[in-house]
Ligand binder design. Sequence first.
Ligand code: BES
Ligand code: MG
Ligand code: ZN
Length: 439
Amino acid sequence: MCSRKRRFSDEYGSLYSHLPFNDVKEVFLGLGDEELLSEDLYREIYFKLAKKLIAEKEYEFTLFLSANVEYIKAALEGLYHATYSFDKYKTDRKKLPELTINVNSNIAEVEFFEILAEVKDIMQSIFLSRDLVNERAEYLYPETLANIAKEKLSKVGVEVSIYDEKECEEMGLTAFLSVGRASERKPRFIVMKYLNNPESEEIYAFVGKGVTYDTGGYSLKPSASMETMNCDMGGAGTVIGAIHLIASRKVKTNVIAVVAACENMVSGSSYKPGDVIYSLSGKTIEVENTDAEGRITLADSIYYTTNKLKVTKVIDIATLTGACVVALGEIFTGSITNNQEFFDKFKLAADKAGERVWQMPVDDSYRRLNKSKVADVKNTGGRYGGMITAGLFIENFVYNNIPWIHLDIAGTTYLSKPEKYMVAGATGIHVKTLYNLVK
Ligand code: BES
Ligand code: MG
Ligand code: ZN
């Protein structure tokens, strides 16, 4: 007892492990002051614990944990976070460990196994989202993204429609098609429907930016910033993961996810700086910079979603601006809204998920920055306030001013280095927020 005391304190993060006579390793984990604990601290500490144990080739855990249900869930999430890695291109990769988890806790065993099943579903959809975003553009392009979405989502009861370039033309998605025109890999417009609550009029729409690679086009990116642009379909990854989770859990709700998938490339058929293009809404867009392509694809996808699909609330999720990363780093998602009540509800869902979101101001002075001399709007609002002007560009295409939230995940979807219980690379950010919101 005395020697254990020396090696282990109850400080948050303190770990003591030993092997008693029965050959089952016992690990003591310090959680610190109970008053200061949060779900995220549980996620983080159990992630660290599992990382250590997995490195020691331990895959079967019995938790002795007396805590409320939310904390137990968070601890389990932390454990599962430790099992993810994107190593499919490593020829000496190891098989991902399958964890076996039991509990000796204050809650009944049946309840525990229900919680465990939910956490497994959550993590599976987050990992699906991560796998999509981590995949390289050589293999993941509009057609393959659409096919994977169809394959994965059909299995859980989501109806997936895929429209090719010709069909998109007939639908009038001119702005979207301008961005994708230069690529050999042709665009796809993907509509995913999960309508499981006929008694409710409410239909949530999640619109994800699906630029499977962003070179910048003729406003070419320097190669150092281009290198990670396989992540530019991070919004698509989130909405596909979210609808996958919602359907896997059979949540009684109505959700439609929409992705306009294309590649922003350079060729003889590219759209060019100075072009004026048409959009589905009828509004014309001056292209000041071909690298501000995401908002152009979203203009058509959000107008289509709010005007044609008769949804009642809409959230767009996009790796939209470097300005957002400058402002908030890789820590907080930047956000704007046209409806505070909707945002407040959304914010609770995000907080509960441990997924940090920061609301930016909205003002006519920002809106004016998007005014064009030649067209109805232009696709850049200048260097200053770039995250806000990008979001407000999209606002122009929300039909009938229905409640709308814009999420800029340029910083949070794909990490340059690990953060808490997230490894570097794709995070699957906001899959859980969106699930919490509709649940
Ligand atoms: N895909 C980028 C934004 C981005 C930056 C995503 C960093 C992930 C990490 C987007 O299409 C872009 O290029 N935006 C421009 C807009 C500018 C030209 C107004 C940017 O932020 O530089
Ligand atoms: Mg760009
Ligand atoms: Zn982009």
